[in-house]
Design a protein around this ligand. Structure first.
Ligand code: PLP
Ligand code: LYS
Length: 416
């Protein structure tokens, strides 16, 4: 069941009319649905079934405190890539003991903070990082729990910018060096080897590369055991895609069940999944207002008040996001529009060649905007970043206020 639906020609987020939200909170505006977040998280968690497991939501997809707090209340774990993300998880009520720390460039300060908070595990991406973690843990007089992120060299068949599991990618430790690196880790005094990890890319729409990667890692785990190194968890990363247009990714249930099935007979190996997009993308929309209709020589443009600084995916990856009217009724004539923002870049568009009936003042919703939407927003062109709102039934919470840049115009804040 979708929680962004039309009723009597008006788009609703759960039980609240999106046009009412836009009027009250101004546009551009991100709107999230609590029920959708919960449903997606449960789809993963329930499908794994009895096998010991933990869903570690990838915070980078959407680190809004309201979103994190919904997931923390469900007992979710979290996959983080910075100290900032850890601070957000803790602020939202998440448990450090359920946090895995990924990323190729962890700084010593970040490692120290994560150790002090007692995270579950560092997903280590290189030998120098291993030495750095060992040194910081030594200073603190503790042992750092680690897993190695292995690059399984499988083709995720996704956009080249978001494929991470190939030899040419900067991520992980090559399969060929895995055993030697584990032996190094096991020899370091302040390292505790607890797991193995991989993440092969994002927006995958096929199940085969996931299964392939998992099988390759299980072979490695058995080889490791023969060398006397036993681990207690296998983290297969995130990456499950969603439907933006006509993609047909497996359902989270199907994906999680397939992963769990491969773990049959290995009850001492906890399965960790790190979904981000598949939990958050379709739990959010970006609402924007048409400022002007501009007739070009060869194109019709709808200039809207959201831009690439609010939603970067179309500009960065030529990503296609569905754009729909917030109120279906209109007297306008349908035309083929480029939906563009006010930023001074030719690449500033939310959608191209969209068949829509539009007039100035109309509200539009960019769908599937809950993941890699606000988190990739910037202040480019000194624009304010949008407010973010959580809807729960008929309840509305402003979880992030619009920035105060507007107050600059009134002279109420000093520029720094
Ligand atoms: C290590 C790691 N885990 C999890 C994710 C989440 O990926 P996705 O949002 O595609 O599920 C990412 C991003 O691709 C990642 O780099
Ligand atoms: N930001 C990307 C995905 C990157 C995944 C993170 N490793 C997107 O919008 O699709």
């Amino acid at each position: 069941m979708d929680h962004f639906v039309y009723r009597d020609g008006r788009l609703f987020a759960e039980d609240v009319a999106v046009s009412d939200l836009a009027r009250q909170h101004a546009t551009p505006l991100y709107v999230y649905s609590r029920a959708t977040l919960e449903r997606h998280w449960h789809a993963f968690n329930d499908a794994v079934g009895e096998h010991p497991h933990l869903i570690c939501y990838a915070v980078k997809a959407n680190s809004n405190l309201g979103v994190l707090s919904v997931l923390a209340k469900l007992g979710s774990g979290f996959d983080i890539v910075s100290a900032g993300e850890l601070a957000r998880v803790l602020e939202a009520g998440g448990d450090a003991a359920n946090v895995v720390f990924s990323g190729v460039g962890k700084k010593a300060d970040e490692i120290r903070y994560a150790l002090q908070q007692g995270i579950m595990c560092f997903n280590v991406e290189s030998e120098p990082e291993l030495h750095r973690i060992n040194a910081v843990a030594g200073e603190l007089g503790v042992k750092a729990p680690i897993s190695l992120r292995i690059n399984p060299d499988v083709d995720a068949r996704t956009h080249p910018y978001i494929s991470t599991g190939l030899k040419v990618n900067k991520f992980g430790i090559p399969r060929e060096r895995a055993i030697a690196t584990y032996e190094l880790a096991a020899s370091l005094p302040h390292i505790d080897v607890v797991g193995m990890d991989c993440h092969i890319g994002s927006q995958l729409t096929d199940i085969d590369p996931f299964v392939d990667a998992l099988e390759r890692l299980l072979v490695l785990i058995d080889e490791l055991a023969e060398k006397g190194i036993t681990i207690s968890h296998l983290d297969v990363g995130g990456g499950l895609g969603v439907t933006y247009n006509n993609e047909t990714p497996p359902h989270p249930r199907e994906y999680a069940a397939a992963m769990a099935e491969k773990m049959t007979g290995r009850d001492d190996l906890k399965l960790i999944l790190e979904p981000g997009r598949a939990i958050a993308a379709n739990a959010g929309i970006l609402v924007t207002e048409v400022e002007f209709i501009k007739e070009g020589e060869e194109k019709h443009f709808a200039i809207v008040d959201a831009a690439m600084n609010d939603m970067l995916r179309p500009a960065l990856y030529s990503a296609w996001q569905n754009i729909i009217r917030v109120e279906q009724h209109t007297a306008a004539t349908p035309k083929v529009y480029d939906i563009v923002g006010p930023v001074c870049e030719t690449g500033d568009f939310l959608g191209k060649d969209r068949h829509l009936a539009l007039a100035a003042g109309d509200l539009l919703a960019v769908r599937s905007a809950g993941a890699y939407g606000f988190v990739m927003a910037s202040n480019y062109n000194s624009r304010c970043r949008p407010a973010e709102i959580m809807v729960d039934g008929d309840q509305v919470t402003v979880v992030r206020e619009r920035e105060i840049l507007k107050d600059l115009w009134k002279g109420e804040h000093k520029l720094t």
